[in-house]
Design a protein around this ligand. Structure first.
Ligand code: AMP
Ligand code: GLY
Length: 423
């Protein structure tokens, strides 16, 4: 099978690593990939999605997998499908579950799927009136894609009104903020659940926990994610059943009823409040870095799994998982997430310990290659992934591997998976 992966991050690298173990996969292409993905396949510099579909046709690509949200909300799946190509991901219309918070909240409300009480508005006085009716903190969300920065948790009504004003005026997020959602604050713990969907049927992967803040103890600014672990002990069979019955099944049924069937990865951001799952958001793709820990837990053929999902054949599919834990620690560049950093060479020691060597690996993201040297080029540079028979063992191994990675200005959290270890 020849596979094209769209994207350039650690998520796409980890999908390719899993595909490399799969005897059915003969070649992997990346569009555009990064400075390290060409170790796993071939990078293709085609940005235009029509031209990329031409490439897929000409090179007999059997399956295309889309990593990030931008190509999905730009309609890459529609373009590929109209050319008769097999592609795993949601249509542009279905991708609105992520690309528009207003669409998402209204969808949740239409199908009685639990979510925080809210209003959506493009009108300042309506937003203000609702803000006055809520207890603090108050959550203000920009409608459109804002690279994970479009949510403000205001500690006072004044702060909430100011955030609403800045968004509605276009000052804060441009067009993406001119429509907003104002919602009640939910107090609980967060879980990420990933369901691979074929429009009708689905397969749930082990629940994961991300670490969105830059610094230890969940301090500092929000980031794309500084580390993750799975499976998390914060979920049991009862909660899984509630999530399936109250969230995943009604979501897939609702999308079908609206002639907008959902194919692809449904990434559900949940707040668990008193044992009840409440939807914070949907994403329509794998999380990054959650993908980096989920891929190595899959024992089944990953190409067959994605191909079955992309061809509406999940009904009789049985997923096999390794009974292991995975922890990943993201190493970011010096000025992340504020501004870009000067490229710095990455030096990697081979782990001396055979256990570390066998049970860890690195997923590369923000890297470039020059003269066979790898450089950290900013943002999230790489993720060290550790596997083990317990979260503690997986975490120790991931951190040992971090000790083998050197580049100027590297920063990473030292407390990934702390929630699991204290519970
Ligand atoms: P979202 O993009 O909607 O998932 O929001 C980003 C982050 O903001 C979430 O991961 C939560 O940490 C936080 N958040 C969003 N909505 C709420 C809410 N209603 N109550 C509490 N925290 C929230
Ligand atoms: N790690 C969260 C995300 O990918 O959105």
């Amino acid at each position: 099978m020849q596979i094209l992966i769209i994207g350039s991050g650690g998520r796409e690298y980890s999908i390719a690593l899993a595909l490399k173990q799969d005897p059915q996969v003969s070649k992997i292409y990346f569009a555009p990939g990064n400075g390290a993905t060409d170790d796993l396949g071939e990078n293709i510099a085609i940005k235009d999605y029509d031209k990329l579909a031409d490439f897929a046709k000409e090179n007999a690509i059997d399956l295309t997998i889309v990593g990030p949200e931008d190509p999905l909300s730009a309609g890459v799946v529609d373009i590929f499908k109209s050319r008769g190509l097999v592609i795993f991901g949601p249509s542009k219309q279905a991708a609105q579950l992520e690309s528009s918070k207003v669409f998402m909240k209204n969808f949740l409300a239409r199908h009685a799927i639990p979510t925080a009480a809210y209003i959506q508005s493009d009108d300042f006085s309506k937003a203000n009136a609702f803000i006055d009716s809520l207890q603090t903190p108050i959550v203000i969300k920009a409608d459109g894609l804002c690279a994970g920065k479009g949510v403000i948790i205001a500690q006072s009504c004044d702060e909430a009104k100011e955030a609403a004003r800045e968004m509605l005026s276009g000052e804060r997020f441009g067009e993406a903020g001119k429509h907003i959602v104002v919602e009640e604050f939910l107090d609980g713990y967060e879980l990420s659940v990933f369901a691979l969907c074929d429009g009708k049927d689905f397969i749930v992967l082990p629940a994961a926990q991300d670490h969105k803040k830059l610094l230890d103890h969940d301090a500092g600014p929000n980031t794309g994610g500084m580390g993750a672990y799975a499976p998390t002990p914060l979920i049991d069979t009862t909660l899984y059943e509630k999530i399936k019955n109250r969230v995943i099944i009604p979501t897939l049924q609702g999308m079908q009823e609206e002639n907008n069937p959902f194919e692809g990865v449904l990434f559900i951001g949940l707040m668990i409040v008193n044992g009840e799952p409440i939807v914070l958001e949907y994403n329509v793709r794998f999380g990054d870095p959650e993908c980096e820990i989920l891929m190595p837990l899959i024992k089944s053929s990953v190409s067959e799994l994605f191909y079955s999902a992309a061809t509406q054949n999940l009904k009789n599919y049985t997923l096999q998982l390794f009974h292991k834990y995975a922890v990943c620690v993201v190493m970011a560049s010096e000025n992340y997430p504020y501004k870009s950093s000067k490229p710095s060479e990455i030096l990697l020691n081979e782990p001396l310990d055979t256990q570390i060597n066998a049970n860890t690996h690195i997923c590369f993201a923000g890297v470039s290659r020059e003269d066979e040297k790898l450089f950290a080029t900013g943002g999230r540079v790489l993720a060290c992934v550790g596997l083990g028979d317990s979260i503690q063992e997986a975490r120790n191994r991931a951190y040992e591997r971090c000790g083998d990675v050197h580049f100027a200005g590297k920063q990473y959290r030292s407390d990934i998976a702390y929630q699991a270890l204290q519970s």
